[in-house]
Design a protein around this ligand. Sequence first.
Ligand code: FMN
Length: 268
Amino acid sequence: MQIIETIQKRRSVRTYTGEPLREEHLISIRQYIDQLQAPFGVKTRIELIHANPEAEPIKLGTYGWVKGACDYLVLIYEEAPFAETAAAYMFEEAVLFCTDLGLGTCWLGGSFSRGDFKKQVRLEANEKLRIVSPVGYPADAKRFLEKYIVRADKNHNSRKSFGELFFEKDFDHPLTAAQAGVFAQPLEMVRLAPSANNKQEWRVLLEEQALHFYKKPYPLFDSIDLGIALCHFELSCRELGVGGQYEILREFPENESLPYVISWVQDE
Ligand SMILES: Cc1cc2nc3c(=O)[nH]c(=O)nc-3n(C[C@H](O)[C@H](O)[C@H](O)COP(=O)(O)O)c2cc1C
């Protein structure tokens, strides 16, 4: 899979043809999600479930936001420190894999009936189900509702500029793509990362050979959004041959409005 190309191609798809996933797609998605492992040692799994959109009792409520989807990826993780971020990292890998197959997806954290989905999977006592995504064949024509959502939310598909999200040395100095050097493209892929309500509440500070990731507290989804950003950044670096790894470096000064989370340290 060409990661950078796939990240550029991905969009949230909320209208599907109603056709269930074909056998070859079911097989390759199952094979892919079965071998995935979340980073940071977190226990996570993704289940692929099938639902007939018209039938009861396995109708899966998505509050009318998603139409015509028959198959869903369901993210399940064990509660632990950093679990949401790591689980989101892994779920985004699955989303990108499906995008590469030409399939549509849409992260759903709110507009679905959790109860309906919980009935479809076996959850252990310490397991959480927070995110699902339809996966299927995008319909050519968008529904009125989908067009309306996109039109009503002016920022829906737009992104904050590079200099609003990424900084050099401190948060008073916006970073330009030219100054970012080898990190320009991986950071651009962070900029394109999907986030809940397209909030993009992560910020990155470049300091010599390290990039420090911060996130503005945002109820329910800030840790998840950060996991997606970390996934885009690391996978893009790997594709470009830029070596390094995530580390929690040191106690950064407490900043309630923008807490430090983790750094990516470039190999010597
Ligand atoms: C954690 C998370 C939760 C989301 N929850 C919903 C949701 O409940 N309903 C929905 O329609 N879209 C949801 N989205 C999709 C975002 O609105 C979408 O990713 C964002 O607007 C950017 O658009 P794009 O994915 O087309 O690039 C969610 C995205 C993320 C990352």
